[in-house]
Design a protein around this ligand. Structure first.
Ligand code: CP
Ligand code: NVA
Length: 290
């Protein structure tokens, strides 16, 4: 059966563990030799595009970057027809989409693996890199206490919540009323107070207050999230904690410049891990054994 990677929930704990193990291996060889990987982007990207392109190259393959107007996912052609067409040429069809349902439509018909490079609902590649980073910082993921401050109901928070609980980490999310994670996995604690969330944390994590595609909500969001900035005073409530951010960061909004640049910030290591986990995810999709 064709493997797909649309969300951490679909992947399951075994899949997460296998991809993390593959991500740390340096002997994967060139399973993509002579093969292509389609990278379709409906939204901008720095980390995902570059980490995926380099991961494909490291596995011996050829990445093809496709901007949204080139294929017109759901406009020039249906999502299903785009997936079927790209699967004629590529070993993996990866896409960053506005609407998660487009990925589901693609996976339903694609004879090749479909990989989610961010949707409005999930960002599984980010969560895999986040877990790898926690592992590198702490030695193990199990038992880690992660505090996520800000928009609890976005793609990054959802995938992080699913991945963290599967890997045995504790997650506390602090967000304002109306921005809590819906259908949160069992074990995730959701609170209103950022200080309560960070106390005892090993890792403090945040993401932008206004995600791509939410510009019309910007004013309301800036107001609601104003008390949720991660600043030095909040970090001081979690002595020894590392700071993580999926990036891009809006310095002065969800995080201060000082916190981004502090020795406790591991955001560049986290960004680099996007490439290692992209390699692990591609290898897993191709059936390379962990
Ligand atoms: N973190 C992340 O996905 O970054 P990009 O949007 O730049 O790919
Ligand atoms: N939540 C952000 C993540 C960007 C990587 C967004 O969707 O814009």
């Amino acid at each position: 059966m064709t493997r797909h990677l649309l969300s951490i929930a679909d992947l399951g704990a075994a899949g997460v563990a296998e991809i993390l193990a593959l991500s740390e291996r340096t002997d994967l060889g060139r399973p993509l030799a002579g093969k292509g990987v389609a990278l379709v982007f409906q939204k901008p990207s720095a980390r995902t595009r570059n980490s995926m392109e380099m991961a494909v190259v490291q596995l011996g393959g050829h990445p093809v970057y496709i901007q949204k107007d080139e294929v017109g996912l759901g406009t020039r052609e249906t999502a299903e027809d785009v997936a079927r067409t790209l699967a004629c040429f590529h070993e993996v069809v990866a896409a960053r989409v506005m609407d998660h349902r487009d990925l589901e439509k693609m996976a339903a018909v694609s004879p090749r693996p479909v990989l989610n490079m961010l949707s409005d609902r999930d960002h599984p590649l980010q969560a895999l890199a986040d877990l790898l980073t926690v592992k590198q910082l702490r030695g193990r993921i199990e038992g880690a206490r992660i505090a996520y401050i800000g928009d609890g109901d976005n793609n990054v928070a959802r995938s992080l919540a699913e991945a963290a609980t599967m890997a045995g980490a504790e997650l506390v999310i602090a967000s304002p009323e109306g921005y809590r994670l819906g259908q949160a996995p069992e074990g995730v604690r959701q609170v209103a107070d950022p200080v309560e969330a960070v106390e005892g944390a090993d890792v403090v994590y945040t993401d932008v207050w206004v995600s791509m595609g939410q510009d019309d909500e910007a004013e309301a969001r800036m107001k609601a999230f104003a008390p949720y900035q991660v600043d030095a005073a909040l970090m001081a409530r979690a002595p020894g904690a590392h700071f993580l951010h999926c990036l891009p960061a809006k310095r002065g909004e969800e995080v201060t410049h000082e916190v981004m640049e502090a020795p406790s910030s591991a955001v560049w290591r986290q960004a680099e891990n996007r490439m290692h986990t992209a390699r692990g995810a591609l290898a897993w999709l191709m059936g390379v054994g962990a």
